[in-house]
Design a protein around this ligand. Sequence first.
Ligand code: TYM
Length: 343
Amino acid sequence: MTPPDVGTSKPPMRVVSGIQPTGDLHLGNLLGAILRWVRMQDEAECLFFLADLHALTVDVDPITLRANVRQMAAALIASGIDPAKSTLFAQSAVPAHPELAWILMCTARMGWLNRMTQFKDKSGKNRESSSVGLFTYPVLQAADVLVYRATHVPVGEDQKQHIELARDIAIKFNNDFDTKLFVAPEPFIGGGTAARVMSLRDGSTKMSKSDPSEQSRINLTDSDDAIAQKIRKAKTDPEPLPDDPALLDGRPEAKNLVGLLGALLDESVGQVLARFSGQGFGAFKPALADAVIATVSPIRARLEDLRRDEPTIDAFLARGADRARDLAAPTLAAVYSAVGLSH
Ligand code: TYM
C-alpha cells in the first residue's frame, strides 16, 4: 500500500510548542517561551497547546486540571496568542498525540530516556514510586512536535534536552523505516537573557511553578503591589553593579535580575549595566519592578476579562482542536503505514 502523502520535501517553517496547564503563568514561562511564541505568530504557521496529558504524570485533581486548562488558555490569549492566527488547543483533544507516542516509545531507547535530567530532578529520591508516565514523558513530547512535522520548537533552556531527544527519535524512526516522514525539529531557545529565568530567592535554581515559595516567582496574576514587594525582597548581594557583564559571573542573583531587566526592555546585559554600574540594588530594583509591572499589568487586566468568558475560551479551544486533528491525521496514517499497521 502506498503511504499517504505527507509531503517529504523540505517543509515550510512550522512552529509547535506546549505548556503544562498548571493554572498560572510565571515570568519564566512568559519571557522564556510565551512572548517569543507571540512574536513568531506573524512569521510562520504556529500551533500552541496545553499539555494536559503531560499534567497527568504527577498527582492531579480532575476538577483542578479541567479548570487549569481553561485558565492557562486564557493566560496565553491575554499574553498575545491570537487564536485567529495560531492553532490553540488542549493536547488531550487530539488523540494522535498519545497514539503516535506509543509507536515512538518503541523507537526511543531506554538509555536515551535514562539520560533525561528533568526526570531525575522531578523524581528525585522517589524514582521507584514515580509514574511510568513521568519517565516516558519526553516521548509524548516528541510525538507532540513530530505529529505536526514541526520545524521549530520555541522553548526555554530547560526543555532543550527533550527537543534534542525528539530529533534523535525522528532520525532513528526515519532510518529504521527507510522514510523521510519525520522532520527533525530545531529547539529554538531565546537568545539573550530570558532562556533561563531564575528563582528570586535562589539564583541557582530556575523560576518554577513547583517551587514551594511564592516569593520565588512572579505570577501573571500578581498585583502590582505584590510584584513590587517580591522584587524588593528578591535575594541580592551587597556589591554594587559592575560595568562589565563578565563580572556578574559568580553573582547568580545579580546576574538573574540584570538579565530580567534586559529581557523586559529588550536590551543587552551590557546596555543595562551601562545605566546602573556603580549603583546598588536600592537604585536598580525599583527600575526592575517598573519594567515587570509594565509588562505584566496589561496582561493581568486582559486575563481578568477573559476569565469571565468561559464559552469564548471553550470555542477557541474547540476550533483549534479541529484544525490540529486535521493536521495530525495524515502524519499518523503515514506512520501506521510505515511500520506495517495499515488497515
Ligand atoms: P513547562 O510547562 O514547564 O514550561 C512552558 C515553557 O516555559 C519555559 N520555561 C522557562 N523559560 C525560562 N525560564 C524559566 N524559569 C522557565 N520555566 C519554564 C519552558 O522551557 C517551556 O518552553 N514539557 C514542557 C511542555 C511540553 C512541550 C511539548 C514543549 C509538552 N510538550 C512539546 C514544547 C514542545 C513543559 O513542561 O514546559
